[in-house]
Ligand binder design. Structure first.
Ligand code: SF4
Length: 463
């Protein structure tokens, strides 16, 4: 393998969620700034980095399998590094699971990837080398000036904070990422400007808990104020989408900010996890279900066309038939637009693992299927109500004479698509007349509204 002194190459495999994708992009730009060249082929790279996911069992398995594959095909002189959440969560024990691993760097110090590689190179002792600082002072604020976003066509995930201070009993994120560290708002706003100038039409606000933005900075209504600042600084940005709202923290100020700014999509992702107060108590989640009903009502009053996404965990330890029945009634009554249902995943290091009453795998799967089937009918009816509307659709790709895109009702990777005949410009917002609905997806045809009135179409949405 010929080594080009000037341009060493790196291969970076990004696993897990959109927040990990942003860390991968940031590590890639630091490597690029340090003179490395990005390679899509691990065999051609001197440095191989896997940005792992460690959230739940299946994700950990996927990360270890990917590392083992790369370790087996690794050649002398190549470095294999595990980064990300699994690296942070299990640390040195990962080296036992993956013989041939050279380095393990935690998700909290992704920004040290270049000096870490240099240390690995200078190291005389056999590998692996670990870099797993956990103390708060080392987390998050020194981003070395890199863009904290991941761009896909006309969309970009923009990270506003990292870590979480919530006590959810089933979740290992606070152990992995630490408590919330909000990014400076001026950085976020200038990045939004930078992304728009680069042609991005949709900015997707992400974090572990977007509604907690600024808490650690002593800010009140941090997210609402940040959104108003982004709208003011980037008035030509068509779409701003909010992901990961925490129950109890969708304030009247936030609802008002969403309703008065057409750029902020009438879309909200608010994982509720369950509906029965006793299950929520065992989950150490906000159990004021009345608040949920009131807030959904407020959201729909302020933005009648709003699309609400949520997620539920079924089969949580101790979940009785009565609690599950309550969840079904809740879903039927509130008629969410988008719902994800996940069977409880046992996590040994989380408080939920101490609850002795376990629900069997079979019951978990049956409840997942039952709740999804219930939601499919609701989703179809919600989609059918879109027929006849003209929706701006962000085109994501085309093939076989069909284009695929997303309307304001669809977040990437988790919601539906809009299917349109023809090959439409990728990354652009195109007005589509919706003429068909399926359980998750919509069909439509391009509507000949001059593109200049596109933002106006957004306003039509709001009226
Ligand atoms: S809010 Fe989300 S990331 Fe934070 S502990 Fe709860 S489930 Fe985990």
């Amino acid at each position: 393998m010929k080594k080009d002194k000037q341009k060493e190459r790196f291969y970076l495999l990004s696993l897990g969620c959109s927040k990990n994708a942003v860390d991968s992009e940031s590590m890639a730009s630091l490597l690029g700034d340090a003179g490395f060249e990005d390679s899509s082929d691990p065999a051609e790279a001197q440095v191989i980095v896997v940005n792992t996911c460690g959230f739940i069992g299946p994700a950990r398995k996927e990360s270890i399998a990917a590392l083992r594959d790369l370790a087996e095909s690794k050649e002398p002189g190549q470095l294999l590094i595990a980064a990300g959440c699994l690296a942070q969560r299990v640390g040195p024990s990962l080296a036992k699971s993956v013989p041939g691993l050279d380095g393990i760097i935690g998700t909290r110090r992704w920004m040290d990837i270049v000096p870490f590689i240099n240390d690995l190179r200078q190291r005389s002792k056999p590998h692996p080398l670990y870099h797993l600082p956990t103390e708060a002072k080392t987390v998050g604020r020194d981003e070395k000036g890199v863009l904290r976003a991941a761009v896909y066509g006309g969309s970009a995930y923009l990270k506003i904070s990292d870590g979480c201070r919530r006590p959810c009993a089933f979740c290992a994120i606070p152990q992995i990422k630490g408590t919330i560290v909000s990014r400076p708002s001026d950085r976020i706003i200038s990045e939004a400007r930078e992304l728009r100038d680069a042609g991005v039409n949709e900015i997707i606000i992400i974090s572990q808990d977007s509604t907690d933005y600024g808490h650690d900075l002593g800010l009140k209504n941090g997210l609402s104020n940040l959104l108003n600042d982004i709208v003011a600084a980037v008035p030509d940005l068509p779409w701003i989408r909010i992901m990961y709202a925490y129950p109890g923290y969708v304030t009247d100020e936030l609802i008002e900010t969403m309703a008065k700014n057409p750029q902020i999509l009438p879309y909200l992702d608010i994982p509720l996890q369950h509906s029965h107060w006793e299950t929520l108590k065992r989950m150490r989640r906000p159990a004021n279900v009345e608040w949920v009903h009131r807030t959904i009502k407020k959201l729909r009053h302020a933005m009648p066309e709003i699309a609400i996404r949520t997620t539920f965990i079924v089969g949580y330890p101790g979940e009785t038939d009565e609690e599950f029945a309550d969840l079904k009634n809740f879903v039927e009554e509130l008629r969410f637009d988008r719902v994800g249902v996940f069977p409880y995943s046992y996590e040994s290091s989380t408080p939920s693992s101490t609850i002795s009453w376990r629900v069997s795998e079979e019951i978990k799967e049956n409840r997942q299927v039952e709740l999804m089937e219930l939601q499919q009918q609701i989703s179809l009816e919600q989609n059918q109500s879109q027929v006849g509307r003209i929706l701006p659709v962000l085109i994501e790709g085309y093939g076989d004479g069909l284009s695929l895109g997303r309307s304001y009702r669809d977040a990437p990777e988790v919601d539906g698509m809009v299917i349109v005949p023809g090959e439409l410009p990728v990354g652009e917002l195109v007005p589509i007349r919706i003429d068909g609905a399926m359980v998750y997806d919509l069909m439509g045809v391009p509507d000949h509204i001059p593109s200049s009135t596109l933002i106006a179409a957004n306003t039509i949405l709001g009226s």
